[in-house]
Design a protein around this ligand. Structure first.
Ligand SMILES: Nc1ncnc2c1ncn2[C@@H]1O[C@H](COP(=O)(O)OP(=O)(O)OP(=O)(O)O)[C@@H](O)[C@H]1O
Ligand SMILES: [Mg+2]
Length: 238
């Protein structure tokens, strides 16, 4: 029993693909490992939507007087999310201790059983949720997601500085939505001017992920190989 490694998927910038990469990576890992996802995005949880389980709720068991969540299982991936247990409108009003308490409870009171990897889908920003996750969930690694937009890179530097301060090692960065493939010419089309992310941010670049409908319209039954190289690089470092 227990969780071998916890990986926080993070970026200070919103909308760069944390939740999308988290779901797709978990799927990639789940072919070989026991995997869970904790959606710690208290203000805008998405994993229950991505996995199409909005109509389900984790069962609650009482063990030794404690209420324990039985996570939802989707195709061998265990999932618990703020989206199952709190009302997002109410959570938007929460600050500090309430927020910390909720994230901590969600992780500690979920019956994960044995997991090789728990992926934590983080909210955008660098606020309270990060302090809670760092102090209570204690990830073994942070994986940073960015795009090549100058603004995203700027915010990724903020994320890096924060994880450095919290003493959480950064396992690498992923350049998401790096390009699209032109349907006519099949050429790569880049939206942003190219930045040397390793040099700019000072972390290993694990790979570039294209803008692809197979990632946006996540379907657990349709496995794609877009994250295979990243999976192999990550596995070599974990
Ligand atoms: N590689 C990709 N190809 C196509 N669409 C993508 C890709 N990555 C992310 N998207 C889309 O971009 C949008 C933002 O992605 P997502 O919600 O995963 O970002 P996020 O960083 O988790 O956002 P937030 O900061 O709000 O939590 C979504 O509509 C998602 O489907
Ligand atoms: Mg998200």
């Amino acid at each position: 029993m227990g969780i071998k490694q916890i990986i926080a998927i993070a970026s200070a910038k919103g909308g760069v693909g944390k939740s999308t990469i988290c779901a797709n990576l978990a799927l990639q890992f789940s072919a070989h490992h026991k995997v869970g996802i904790l959606d710690a995005d208290i203000y805008g949880p998405n994993q229950h939507i991505i996995f199409n389980v909005t109509n389900q709720k984790p069962k609650v068991k009482t063990i030794d007087g404690k209420k324990i969540f039985v996570p939802i299982e989707v195709d061998n991936i265990l999932l618990n999310s703020m989206g199952f247990v709190i009302d997002a409108d109410k959570a938007a009003m929460w600050r500090g201790p309430m927020l910390s308490g909720a994230i901590k409870q969600l992780k500690n009171l979920t019956q994960w059983g044995y997991l090789d990897y728990l992926f934590v889908d983080m909210p955008p920003g660098t606020g309270d949720a990060y302090l809670t996750v760092a102090s209570d969930i204690k990830p073994d690694h942070a994986l940073l997601i960015t795009t090549m937009s100058k603004l995203a890179v700027h915010d990724t530097l903020k994320s890096k500085a924060m994880f450095d301060r919290l003493n959480i090692p950064i396992i690498g960065i992923i350049d998401n939505m790096s390009h699209s493939i032109c349907s006519k010419t099949k050429n790569q089309v880049h939206e942003f001017s190219q930045i040397n992310l390793e040099q700019e941010i000072g972390c290993d670049l694990l790979g570039s992920i294209p803008r692809h409908e197979g990632l946006a319209d996540f379907d657990i039954t349709k496995k794609n190989n877009l994250l295979e190289t990243i999976y192999n690089k990550l596995k070599a470092k974990l």
